[in-house]
Design a binder for this molecule. Structure first.
Ligand SMILES: [Zn+2]
Length: 75
């Protein structure tokens, strides 16, 4: 079993998609600021998510998290 950690609050999820879903559910400054360091915008991702079909916002963020939140093996 492996898991992924939120780069901001260290919440643990089992997929990058779940991590993206967690991430966009957070509205605090810390989570939003980290997105800026990745050239992403919270508002833009939310807009993609709610106005386009197919979870585009989650997918775009999950793609970045795949690089930034590496898999951690359970001990
Ligand atoms: Zn988090």
């Amino acid at each position: 079993m492996a898991y992924f950690k939120c780069p901001v609050c260290r919440k643990i999820t089992s997929t990058h998609f779940d991590l993206a879903r967690h991430y966009l559910g957070q509205t605090d400054k810390k989570h939003k600021e980290w997105l800026k360091t990745q050239d992403l915008s919270y508002a833009r991702l939310i807009t993609m998510q709610v106005t386009e079909f197919g979870n585009k916002g989650y997918d775009a963020l999950a793609k970045v998290l795949k690089k930034e939140a590496p898999e951690v093996e359970m001990p």
